[in-house]
Ligand binder design. Structure first.
Ligand code: GRF
Length: 223
């Protein structure tokens, strides 16, 4: 049976677009896109692809807990097998994260565990890093701290600004995230004993190298 996927967004949705474009229909279907902002451009992308959309405005809820409870009720009515955070700019409560344990993915614009949180590109530049990148991971209670699935390094080149670097990292995200989604949808990727496992084995410290990708992809163990 196809994996039922729900994608959560807050903004442009360029990652959502990549997920839509590269989802293997033999294994999965995006059944819903949810945004906490009515003006998120990603809602238009979803509608154009014929995917149902819903807006849940966090401002009308009295607390973070109340918002997350409302979201869970809404999401569960779609029986999701996989939830994908794609630029969803809300910190999630432990209740939410634990409810979707093992079926909640996030993409973060850094080579985790480096540069958790915001402004990752500028922080990598300020630190004089030679490379930066993006990481897909399972979500746990620790912000940007869940088991790592796969990451794509992006070299930092002379003259890079936060904007040029962000643009290149986003290009890699658009390759990375669909791959992780398709791994999960086809049953190859699972969270086992709090480690990301591909084909039943914990992802290794080097070289899950994906075909037809310019970027060097690295599967990593949790750290
Ligand atoms: C991405 O850069 C992702 O790393 C971060 O939020 C951004 C979302 O961009 N979590 P978009 O809405 O997918 O264009």
């Amino acid at each position: 049976m196809a994996c039922r996927i729900v994608v959560l967004i807050s903004g442009s949705g360029s990652n959502l677009q990549a997920l839509i474009d590269h989802l293997d229909p033999a294994h999965g279907q995006i059944v819903l896109v949810v945004s906490n902002r009515a003006d998120a451009y990603g809602l238009q992308r979803a509608a154009k692809a014929g995917i149902e959309t819903q807006v849940l405005d966090h401002n009308i809820y009295a607390s973070r807990e109340a918002f997350d409870q409302a979201m869970m009720a809404r999401l569960d009515s779609y029986s999701p097998d996989l939830l994908i955070l794609a630029g969803f700019m809300r910190i999630l409560t432990p209740a939410f994260v634990n409810h979707y344990h093992g079926r909640l993915l996030n993409i973060h614009p850094s080579l985790l565990p480096k540069y958790k949180g915001l402004n990752t590109h500028q922080r990598a530049l300020n630190a004089g890093e030679a490379e930066h990148g993006a990481t897909v991971h399972f979500v746990t209670e620790e912000l940007d701290g869940g088991p790592l699935i796969v990451q794509a390094p992006v070299p930092i080149v002379s003259g890079d600004t936060s904007a040029t670097l962000a643009a290149r990292v986003q290009q890699s995200e658009h390759l990375l995230y669909p791959q992780a989604m398709n791994w999960f949808a086809s049953g190859r990727l699972r969270l086992i004993d709090n480690r990301a496992c591909l084909d039943g084995k914990p992802v290794g410290p080097v070289g899950t190298r994906l075909e037809n990708m310019e970027t060097d992809m690295r599967g990593m163990t949790d750290v």
